[in-house]
Write a protein that binds this ligand. Structure first.
Ligand SMILES: [Zn+2]
Length: 89
């Protein structure tokens, strides 16, 4: 598997440091691009979600972890739209 040393989920921006943080492909091998929350068995866990919905989802999670909403919004907007899953142009 290729590990660049900078493994960030290309769907939600979560840093992935442990093997157990990574998503899995259909054959249960490790997928190094996406985390276990976003990608399981070769499919996204939230297929069809829009970028806006993903932002809101992550903002909600960050808030639950204690981040002020304004910071959570700024962080999500700085990271997520640049990720491979959303950057399709
Ligand atoms: Zn993810």
């Amino acid at each position: 598997m290729k590990t660049s040393g900078n493994n960030t989920c290309q769907s939600c921006g979560m840093p992935m440091n442990e093997l157990s943080d990574f998503g899995t492909d259909k054959d249960d091998s490790i997928n190094t691009e996406y985390c276990l929350y976003c990608y399981k068995k070769g499919d996204f866990t939230d297929p069809g979600i829009t970028l806006e919905q993903k932002l809101e989802k992550n903002i909600t999670i960050a808030e639950k972890m204690g981040m002020p909403r304004e910071d959570a919004i700024a962080l999500a907007n700085a990271i997520i739209p640049k990720l491979k899953r959303w950057n399709r142009s």
